[in-house]
Design a protein around this ligand. Sequence first.
Ligand code: BG6
Length: 492
Amino acid sequence: MATENKALITLFGATGDLAKRKLYTSLFKLYQKGYLADHFALLGTSRHEMSDEEFQEMVLDSIKDIPAKDGEAEEFSKHFFYCAHDVTKPEHYAKLRDRLAELDKQFGTEGNRLFYMSMAPQFFGTIAINIKKQGLLTDDGYNRLVIEKPFGRDFDSAKKLNDELSQTFEENQIFRIDHYLGKEMVQNIQALRFGNPVIEALWNNRYIDNIQVTLSEKLGVEERAGYYDHSGALRDMLQNHIMQVVAQLAMEEPVAFTDDDVRVEKIKALRSLRVYTPSQAAANFVRGQYGAEGSQPAYRNEDGVDPESGTETFVAAKLMFDNYRWSGVPFYVRTGKKLADKFTRIDVVFKKPLIDIFANPNSGNEQALHSNVLTIFVEPKSGFALQLNAKHVGQGYTTEPVDLKFLQSDSAKKESPEPYERLFHDALEGNHTNFASWAEIAYAWKFVDVIRNLWDIEKPQFPNYTPGSMGPAAASELLARDGRKWVYDLNK
Ligand code: BG6
């Protein structure tokens, strides 16, 4: 049985794309399941003038494709209210304050306030400071802040933002969204590792040769060029999503599966990530930008992109952790736009046996055994596969790789909540497990800043990869020079 969360949500950026595509639909699903019921309300804000009724229509339109009982969507929409607001004008917050006080009474939300920032990041700090100064916090229930990415552009700006947020909210009141942490299979990493001695016993540098993380996208920048051209793949995907996935793969077992315990271990893992010197960073990072293909324009010719743009749409890197568990084991990561396909996967490549008793030079069979590989399919398939060596069926004795595979069924996947639904629910419950802490973000920026600073001054040779490929040749060379290959490779 779902327990109702009593909450009054203030949404900054209520007419934005994310709100319409993800936030209202997630809240509606929580409502349908009973996690939200009579005692919740949402006060939306943005600069546009709009009545409550118009806002409710907008919400109804966002959720129209979700199957619902008669009247359910309309009932739900009655919990939504609107207040036009300029976040830079302190006097505007008085209106919000009064409206919140009324809604709190009307819906019996018992002083539980959740502020959600889903708008241009330059305003995050200003809003947080005004929330406190203009008296929007309550003393009765909880005050929480949910904040969308990007969390800064580098360590210094992230620290400045964090300092601003800290004037109003304590660390345990801040929920920094990284939607990868809301994905079923990313959450499953910990169950797989810490629920299975057969896996965890081998999860170290004695048995693992390398780990590969791929976040591949088929689409280009679409309508987001304005943002993306100032961000690039390093900031857009690596600093946040990839680092969070890697932290889960690298962390030690937490004392218990609680948010505080998990956080401590992720922070510890990221603390041991080797921060490269500039010359090491140059050797261990690869950047790329897609060119044209057929009628598809090159990145530089996309609408809204600087025709001389040096922004990377692809990044690959080799990460090293200097700790007892991972010393000597590279984590290779890559992500890019306009690659071969849309998928996210993790390949854990185990070491080969020290001696291959099946190799028979006389028959030319010198490389009989393959590496065992544990693949975690995050999306669009969800599941695991373990590649083992087995005897080839039939006369003679040769070995071949076979897969032990578990894939979630379509119906299980359908029932699995989307990341935003999970994360909203976690924030309402006050559970931090699937949110990034400040310390994690700070370590991630310190790691990324070294290469960013270098790339910002060195002009790249772009474009350097074809749409539909897996990025520039240098991404394969990054592994080849270590005598390794990407497990997922189009040229196999
Ligand atoms: C976002 C990035 O954080 O993640 C986008 O800003 C990217 O550029 C998206 O497309 C990918 O998310 P997903 O869930 O589709 O893999």
